[in-house]
Design a protein around this ligand. Structure first.
Ligand code: ADP
Ligand code: MG
Length: 399
């Protein structure tokens, strides 16, 4: 197995260390809504400070498409990072490159922290423009990648810069890669199940096809299940569905049959005529959905069937919620199934790994994040990892 270069492999004292982090956290009215991603960065930042590095944090926020967008400024994140570090000062630079930024870095002492403005305010970032990568790399002496969640991107601050400077992984990236490698590495243990949900098949089709080969069963929920149900001839009323992917769903079903992978679709569902908080809803068998109804969650019979099935599995990989969990009561299916997984994990009969922004948010609402074997902070990168792809940002960090 390949081994990552880490913070233990490099001399950090008095060096300007450019550390790529993921501060793209959910915000409401300038306040951080969920600080999970920040909290998980604390060990790396603390270690850099303790080892007397000059710590320069680089991140993106949102999709500003190469220009300044006030709402996507990282300025409010300096205080949030400072708070996560117990009040240690975090300075902010108004740009991520240029003279003023260089000057701010020259003024740093060992152990100081400086957060740079959103790298995506420059077009060169997402294009991995070599000149922009050189401008970033020119700010420091060492590059630390601590963003597994962005490492599927060939962007300047992730891969371009790692090709120029000595590059090592931060502690969070190291933990993510090692955990996923040990749970989902070459030799998957025992019977393996995957739960795949969320809104779109289109974003998860490659992952589905790869999981069909690697797992014994795939549990499909969320709006994604609707397209599969339609492919199997069920009436799904006015449920969210990707009509252009019904044939793709059929292909996944037939691949699965060939590979001996069982695809499990909901046997009952929660339907409503409107998508609104506490709108009147009912639980129906999957063949009783009316034409003016939409499927918004999996039902209780599905949960108990899945409970039986999961008892016979040793490893579970979960991505995507089972319903429109942001609106009550359509979070019940995801949270009930998560409780089943949490109990099996607690009894040591199941190794459970979950990844993906929305499913992790749902687990958080249910207070269940601690109950899984491992929770990845990554969404897209987690999916690409499942597909067996080499993540460009990670591949540059191996010994
Ligand atoms: P993740 O971030 O965990 O990978 P996705 O981004 O793929 O998940 O999908 C999450 C979204 O899917 C949520 O916004 C949720 O409301 C939506 N969703 C899930 N099930 C349904 C459904 N039955 N109808 C409409 N939207 C749904
Ligand atoms: Mg999502």
């Amino acid at each position: 197995m390949s081994v990552l270069r880490t913070l233990s492999d490099i001399e950090l004292a008095n060096k300007v260390v450019l550390c790529r982090v993921d501060l793209n956290v959910p915000m409401q009215h300038g306040k951080v809504e969920d600080a999970t991603r920040i909290t998980r960065l604390v060990p790396t930042i603390k270690e850099l400070v303790e080892k007397n590095a000059k710590v320069v944090l680089i991140s993106h926020f949102g999709r500003p498409k190469g220009e300044f967008v006030r709402e996507m400024s990282l300025a409010p994140l300096a205080d949030a990072v400072s708070e996560a570090l117990g009040g240690k000062e975090v300075k902010f630079a108004l740009d991520c490159v240029g003279d003023k930024t260089q000057e701010a870095i020259r003024e740093m002492s060992a152990g100081d922290i400086l957060l740079l403005e959103n790298v995506r305010f420059h077009k060169g970032e997402t294009k991995n423009d070599p000149e922009f990568a050189r401008a970033l790399a020119g700010l420091g002496e060492i590059f630390v990648n601590d963003t597994f969640s962005c490492s599927h991107r060939t962007h300047a601050s992730i891969s371009g810069i790692a090709e120029i400077l000595p590059a090592v992984s931060g502690r969070l990236l190291e933990e993510e890669v090692n955990s996923l490698q040990s749970v989902l590495g070459e030799n998957l243990n025992g019977k393996v199940a995957a739960i795949v949900g969320g809104s779109k098949i289109s974003t998860k089709i490659d992952a589905l096809n790869s999981l069909v080969q690697k797992t014994d069963k795939i549990i499909i929920g969320g709006a994604m299940a609707n397209t599969f149900l339609k492919a199997k001839g069920y009436n799904i009323g006015k449920s969210l569905c990707e009509d252009n992917l019904v044939d793709t769903a059929k292909e996944v079903l037939s691949n699965a049959e060939q590979e001996n992978c069982k695809i499990l679709l909901p046997v009952d569902v929660v339907v409503a005529k409107e998508f609104a908080e506490y709108s009147s809803c009912r639980v129906v068998s999957i063949d009783d959905v009316e034409s003016d109804e939409m499927i918004l969650d999996i039902g209780p019979a599905t949960i108990s069937e899945l409970q039986q099935r999961l008892q016979k599995c040793q490893t579970l990989i979960w991505n995507g919620p089972m319903g429109a969990f942001e609106i009550r009561p359509f979070d019940v299916g995801t949270i009930s199934l998560a409780r089943v997984v949490a109990n099996l994990t607690k009894n040591n009969s199941l190794i459970s790994v979950a990844g993906g922004g929305d499913v992790v948010a749902a687990l958080k609402v249910g207070g269940l994040t601690e109950e899984f074997t491992y929770i990845s902070t990554a969404g897209g990168a987690f999916l690409e990892w499942l597909e067996g792809k080499v993540l460009p940002g990670v591949s540059l960090l191996y010994k």
